[in-house]
Each structure stands twice: as C-alpha cells, then as structure tokens.
Design a protein around this ligand. Sequence first.
Ligand SMILES: Cc1ncc(COP(=O)(O)O)c(C=O)c1O
Length: 370
Amino acid sequence: MKPIYVTMPFLPRENEFEAILDSSLKLRILTHNGNLHQLLEQQLTEKLDVTSISLINNGTIALEVAIQALGLKGKIITTPYTFIATANSILLKGLDPVFIDIEDNGFNLDPELIDEVKDKDVSAIMPVHVYGLPCDDESIGQRAKGRGLKVIYDAAHAFGIKKKGEAILNWGDASTLSFHATKVFHTFEGGAVVCNDPLLKNKINQVRNFGYTSDSFDITTLGTNGKMNEAQAAMGLALIPYLEEIITKRKHWFNFYVEQLSEIPGIKLMTIPSDLEYNYSYFPILVQSGFSLTRDELFNRFQEENIFPRKYFYPLITDFSLYKNYNIISKHKIPNARKIADSVICLPLYPDLTEDDVSRVCEVIKRAEG
Ligand SMILES: Cc1ncc(COP(=O)(O)O)c(C=O)c1O
C-alpha cells in the first residue's frame, strides 16, 4: 500500500517555475530584493488584501524580525499549543516566553488569562491563529492597548484567511507567515511579516537586510539576514495562479472527511465559523472518551496502515526539556492545552490526495469504531 503522508507540497505544472526563475538567472541577480522578489511582494499584497508585506526567508526568522523591529524587551505572553518555532523565536531574541492556557473549546490563547500575567517585564503578546482559526483579536487588542503591549500574531497557518470579509493578517502590530513547503502557499522555505505602519515596515526591511537602510551605508539598527532569494520568489510567483485550485481541492477533501467522520462517537471535528473565509490548511480530529481507542492507539493503527498523520501539536512546548527549565511556565496552569494536545491528530490534507487515499484514512477510524 502506498504511504499517505500528512501533507505534500503542491507544485506548479510543466516548466512554469523554471521559466520564471530563468529571467533572474539570465540577469544573474539571484537574491537581494531582485525583480521576482519585488513582484511577489506586489502580488501577495493584492492577493492577501494587506497594507504591506515584507518577504523573509522563513517563518521562524519572520517572527524574530518582527520582535527585533518592534524593539521588544523582557517577556512575551504566548501559548504552549503551537509549533516550537513560536516560542523559540522569543528565546532566540533573548526574551522569555510566558505561557498561558488556550480557550476551553478552542485551540487559541485565552485572552482573559492575559490579565493574570501581572509581570511588569511583559512587552508583548504573541498569539497564534492555530490551524488558521482566528484569535479573539478584539479582546486581545483591548488588553494590549490597556497595558501598552505590542501584539505579533503568528499567522503561519492563516494565509488568505478573512473574517467578515477582512484579512486577519492586518490585525495586531504585525503578523508573520510561513511559506514552508508543506503550507497552503509555499516558496520551498519562506515567510513574511505583514504590518500596517510604514515606519515599522521600513524597520522590518532594515532588520531583514543586516540593518542596512536603502539609502545609507550607516547601520543604526541591529539586523540579520532574512532575505528571500529569487528561486524562492519564483516558486511563489508560479503558485499564485493556482491559489484558487489549491483551496478548492483542499476544501473538497476537508468536506469529504466531514461527511465520513462527523457522526462517529468520540471523534470531535473542528468547526469553521460561518463568517470565515477559510484556507482548509488542516484537518484536526480530537479522539475523546466514547471512541474505542485512545489517541495513541488510533495513531499507531494509522502507521500500521502506512498512513502518517501527525500529533500536531504534541507535546506542548512547556513539556520540552529546554522549556521545562524556564521556571516562569509553572506559574500558569494549562489544562485546556494539555487536553487538546493529548487528544489531537491532524489527518492528511493536501490538494493532490485522491478519493482512494481519503477513504483509506476514514476506513481506519471507521473500522476501529467497530
Ligand atoms: C505556528 C507556526 N509558527 C511558526 C512556524 C515556522 O515557520 P517556518 O517553518 O517557515 O520557519 C511554523 C511552521 O511550521 C508554524 O506552524
């Protein structure tokens, strides 16, 4: 039986990528704000309906660039239910994460718990739109404003998502994206920072380019090398015409899963709010009491059938040895995050799945049900 992986990158057809890249090879401009880079920034600004976007070489560096450009110090409130890169970016910039729990019945940071973090050293909040489901921006924004905190949304999963017709990438002081090969839209590796403030955008562009400004050789800001190269930008440009097809196909398989799995006792599915334009990036299921197997037993059944879903996110960041050494984490209890991390499995979801693949995945669950 052929293996079915949790995801598989979408590729443009024929020689479309090579043809786009060729123009930059001919010019021998392979990186450093080349023509393809500029074109991709332009096209994504329009497609995503955002004020401005700065391309970055990956989503982790995008987070670091945002922290640096906002001049954050001290501590950042974030969630333990996310990919390791969210918290690592905070540590890598020399700040400390403060982990608070996620909402009951959700996947995102619980805004009310921000009030429990009284620490004067906190300079920002870094919520994550987990699986692309929007955080409660109103509540987070109010709390941030009241205390003079900045908000950086880790929007790695939120490519193209709109709530009530508004791009959620425009929320907060900045939002970061990941264009990793496995994401809805990719540039092999890649990422971006989105923001509304032109002064902050200038700073972001300086930070991603060693601190250089475009018109001076003086360095006034500490910077890194966060530049996206032309091969990455060429892949992005080659994929933009396919965005509708990518989302439509993902939606098709998402709905197929819903049809097959929604009536199974003990298997809880994610619900998409009706006011959301979703990107169908993930299909998490929660294996709860009432199902015949535990999450780990079901996960092992999949492996036996040559199907490789992911426990995404498990373990919680606070359970990694590195993070256990940060005594700050023990102050705040995280029962909701633990419950979700212990029951979640993300099923395979990508455009090139076949009906046979998705049926095989569903059969494993149905057979276990009896
Ligand atoms: C929530 C979240 N944040 C950050 C990242 C890091 O992005 P990248 O892999 O592009 O560095 C990822 C990537 O998977 C992610 O899922």
